[in-house]
Design a protein around this ligand. Structure first.
Ligand code: AOF
Ligand code: ZN
Length: 368
């Protein structure tokens, strides 16, 4: 049976309530699950949660196994009479771990409630079929929109065969992202800077253009937040950026996209690609091949505008400070943008947009 509910409040149906808990658990993995999805699971017996778990990190136990293993010895006999909630279809393949569907069957669980089906080519409905073949009651589509939003990077990657692209910039109140002479200037406040570092830990790659690398000399590391360090990517057509820049400091895996050389030095990869009209799609393909689920584009204005011109973006996060500059480098202009969410961060305004031509709807009240 396929039913769709919308998760709007906490007085909702129990299915929605427990699925919301799965989504909250799943989110705790942050960027650690990639390239896997964020998945949480809850085992419920007579309206009492007897087990909870999530896919904590790529390569280790999936959510269902983490959840079942958390059940206390005195509750283990209740497992077959319990309902398993999980926000992604249980897997049916042997990957880093054995299939979760087999474990569910072995435990004698009779009812499984799912949010989203798994688009990964080795699963794609096989997990659900396996469970149903064993006579297990499977309900899908609970909190479907919320589940797709949480795992938008994963779904996008498998459905569109390219990373989920997030554009980010910080502008002054009068719309400038840098002074005219391009000198480095912190536009957003320290709260925003912490949030930006948190965002870095949540994406698998982060990118800047040549001019930004040169004038800002950014580290592009996640120093102000605990978590994963994304791959750093910079464009440098003629490979002329000075090797003294932080980008070359070997502190994080780094790709320098250029036309001259294809070599590796420690964690630095000089990647040769033709600098023609297909440069960005070609780079997106490389990211897909290297299983990079998502890309955060941090500037500058020209690079951001190129992504916008090619409609190669899925989400935009714009920070606007209270102060003005009078003149400078103008902030990019978005097209196809739908306003999703806005808030303030100690005085800076954060606006989040989604792309009207992509399939990811921001469910009101959801976290980013
Ligand atoms: C689940 N529960 O918690 C997750 C699932 O490389 P592996 O073996 O970890 O498998 C990764 C694939 O398994 C991933 O692409 C996705 O299809 C599924 N993830 N499945 O049943 C989980 N994280
Ligand atoms: Zn699994």
């Amino acid at each position: 049976m396929n039913r769709t509910f919308f998760c709007t409040n906490f007085t909702a149906m129990p299915h929605e309530l427990y699925m919301r808990r799965c989504l909250d658990l799943a989110r705790m993995a942050g960027g650690n699950a990639a390239p896997n999805p964020m998945v949480g699971a809850v085992l419920v017996h007579n309206d009492r949660i007897i087990g909870e778990g999530f896919h904590r990190r790529y390569g280790i136990a999936h959510a269902e196994v983490d959840c079942i293993d958390s059940v206390l010895p005195e509750d283990r006999h209740l497992i077959p009479e319990s309902t398993l909630y999980v926000n992604l279809e249980p897997c049916a393949h042997h990957g880093n771990t054995p299939p979760c569907a087999n474990r569910i069957i072995k435990e004698g669980i009779r009812k499984v409630v799912i949010s989203n089906t798994d688009p990964f080519e080795h699963v794609q409905g096989r997990g659900i079929m396996l469970l149903q073949t064993e006579g297990i009651d499977v309900i899908t589509g609970i909190c479907e929109t919320e589940g797709r939003w949480l795992n938008r990077r994963f779904f996008h990657f498998h459905e569109k065969q390219r990373p989920y692209i997030i554009l980010k910039w910080a502008a002054t109140a009068d719309g400038y992202i840098a002074p005219a002479d391009r000198t480095r200037l912190a536009i957003s406040n320290t709260t925003s800077q912490h949030i930006v570092h948190k965002w870095r830990t949540e994406e698998t790659a982060i990118m800047i253009g040549r001019q930004t690398a040169l004038s800002d000399n950014p580290r592009l590391t996640a120093r102000l937040w605990h978590g994963m360090q994304p791959l750093r990517i910079a464009l440098d057509q003629q490979l002329q950026l000075p090797r003294s820049l932080h980008l070359y400091d070997q502190e994080a895996p780094t790709w320098i996209i250029n036309e001259k050389e294809d070599t590796s030095h420690g964690s630095i990869r000089l990647m040769q690609l033709p600098f023609d009209n297909d440069l960005l799609p070609a780079l997106m393909h490389e990211l897909y091949v290297h299983k990079k689920l998502s890309l955060l584009v941090e500037g500058g204005a020209r690079l951001l505008q190129s992504f916008i011109r090619e409609n190669l973006w899925d989400e935009a996060r714009i920070l606007t400070a209270g102060h003005t500059l009078g003149n400078g480098i103008a902030a990019p202009g978005l097209s196809n943008a739908i306003s999703a969410f806005q808030t303030t961060l100690s005085g800076d305004r954060l606006e989040v947009y989604t792309n009207s031509t992509t399939q990811f709807t921001y469910p009101a009240g959801s976290a980013l």
